[in-house]
Design a protein around this ligand. Structure first.
Ligand code: MSP
Length: 511
């Protein structure tokens, strides 16, 4: 079985500081990366910044700063955000790095060699904000401005010499590929959207610009810079040391297991990127997943709308793990969602503090007071105990399958139900009334501790820091966490002492 897993986030435009939408993509990618890690996979997790193009050049000009200095400064805020979000990314790529530029120029030359690129002239509409070309039928007039219907960003007229990629020629091969690989684009609504876009006909794509200079030069014609999307998409292989196909990174991790992106950039990833790769005779990624948006006041966040939610403010106020938990649980994955302070506080008070934190505290205190602070070893499991323990064992392969289908909703529901069942089990079994039946009392304690251990392992990809604190109960550390061991009901037989831990989540006082 393929035990390598390569996951990517989009590389972010460092045109302004990161917002909640960026944090969302990264947190979800981190969730999958961590799950795969604890399931025994070698994980490569890539994120970074997309630094070329007119959008960035203009943002730097507005601030009157040298473009590279501007990128250096904002790229760093994205790198710092990765740390603040506690991501386990194994690389952070910047498209202004040499390793990337070389790979892009190599790919360009391959496309030229295969007769996929020709010189002509582009006359049409372009949105700098989306870095995208639009046809007339994709535009509308809003408040007197011509804007793209899909993104509402303004377009401007471009009339200049340009190199073109023979995208039209890939229409049929792409449709065949989507048919043969029904899971290539997920969720299904995005797949349908892409298929109907391609079926409508693909025109050759302008892949160079002449009227500005902030980009990677076209080899052999440095009056042109390479189209920023051809440049940016290549990050997924330049970070694996492409074009060195014998390099271990490329050999082990290409094709990518999944490119996780927002739904607004599905066309670039599910149409242009596979077409470039087919044309260059490089394998295609296994999956493109287009998630929904985090809305602010029911709209997509943007600088121009002034409705930006700052992840750092929320983290300062509530902590990182509550935010991660909220985004994973309350935003139905694949759909749009929003941040509600009230729902976030409910998650903290009810799920995290009451259902998880409290269970940890209760069973630890009970073990310390009634079992000498040690994991009971002389136990006799009965039907109720076996039933609740085996529920994990019986669901592990299903959980793996759901994760491979990006069904985060199933995963979190399984945890929420398990927590409910665990609390119910401890209450119903009333171990405090079993002081005369030591074996029964010990068996209930052992069973509850095992359940806490299993749930904590499952919670690790969602709230890593808090679960590591919880695992101090058993003196376990990050390296001990693995999915397979959740099937094992004897795991705690090798753990001796139970430690008291600090409160995991402070409840929020609501007024
Ligand atoms: N630079 C390109 C991506 C190149 S990938 C080869 C880009 N950058 S971006 O900074 O504008 O957006 C990065 C990601 O953030 C996209 O996936 C986008 O969908 C996501 N989000 C931006 N705003 C968002 C929300 N409000 N909610 C959720 N994600 C959204 O596009």
């Amino acid at each position: 079985m393929d035990k390598n897993f390569f996951i990517t986030t989009p590389i972010y435009y460092p045109s302004a500081k990161p917002h909640m939408g960026h944090a969302y993509s990264s947190i979800i990618a981190d969730f999958f990366a961590r799950f795969k890690k604890i399931d025994g996979f070698k994980v490569h997790f890539l994120t970074g910044t997309d630094e070329h193009g007119l959008k960035i050049q203009r943002a730097a000009e507005e601030k009157n700063i040298n473009t590279l200095d501007f990128c250096n400064e904002i790229s760093l805020t994205f790198r710092n955000l990765s740390k603040t979000l506690n991501l386990v990314n194994t690389d952070f790529i910047r498209t202004t790095e040499e390793r990337h530029k070389n790979a892009v120029q190599y790919l360009w030359n391959e496309l030229v060699k295969n007769d996929e690129i020709y010189l002509s002239k582009y006359s049409g509409w372009y949105s700098v904000s989306d870095e995208a070309f639009y046809n007339d039928d994709e535009l509308e007039i809003v408040d007197g401005n011509k804007v793209a219907i899909s993104s509402k960003s303004k377009v401007e007229w471009v009339d200049e010499e340009s190199y073109f990629f023979r995208l039209s020629k890939w229409e049929k091969p792409l449709l065949d590929f989507y048919k043969k690989n029904p899971n290539f684009i997920s969720p299904e609504s995005r797949r349908n959207e892409v298929i109907s876009f391609v079926k409508n006909g693909l025109k050759d794509l302008s892949v160079s610009r002449k009227s500005f200079s902030w980009g990677i030069k076209v080899p052999n014609n440095d009056t042109h810079v390479i189209y920023v999307w051809l440049d940016a998409l290549t990050n997924y292989i330049s970070a694996l040391n492409f074009p060195n196909k014998d390099d271990d990174l490329f050999k082990n991790f290409w094709p990518a297991s999944i490119h996780l992106i927002g739904k607004d950039i599905i066309r670039f990833h599910a149409v242009y990127w596979p077409a470039f790769l087919l044309a260059a005779k490089i394998d295609l990624p296994k999956k493109i997943y287009g998630h929904g948006w985090i809305l602010s006041d029911d709209e997509k966040m943007s600088k121009s709308k002034g409705n930006i939610l700052d992840p750092l403010e929320i983290i300062d106020r509530y902590g990182l793990d509550p935010l991660r938990y909220y985004l994973i649980k309350e935003v139905s994955f694949g759909n749009d969602g929003s941040i509600s302070q009230e729902r976030l506080e409910d998650c903290i008070n009810s799920d995290l503090a009451n259902n998880f934190g409290n269970l940890c505290q209760r069973v630890t205190a009970f073990t310390i007071n009634n079992c000498g602070g040690r994991v009971p070893k002389k136990i006799e499991l009965q039907k109720d105990d076996i039933k609740i323990l085996d529920n994990f064992k019986n669901n592990i392969s299903l959980i793996r399958e759901k994760i491979d289908n990006q069904d985060i909703n199933f995963y979190i529901n399984f945890i929420v139900n398990s927590l409910f069942e665990a609390n119910k089990y401890f209450n119903d079994q009333e171990p405090w009334k079993k002081k005369d039946d030591k074996i029964r009392l010990d068996t209930i304690v052992y069973t509850t501790l095992e359940i806490v251990r299993k749930i904590t392992f499952l919670l690790y990809p969602i709230i890593p820091k808090s679960t590591l604190k919880a695992l101090e109960i058993f003196s376990l550390s990050e390296n001990d966490i693995n999915i397979t061991s959740i099937e094992n009901n004897q795991f705690l037989m090798k753990v001796d002492k139970i430690n008291k831990i600090d409160i995991l989540f402070k409840k929020i006082e609501k007024n």
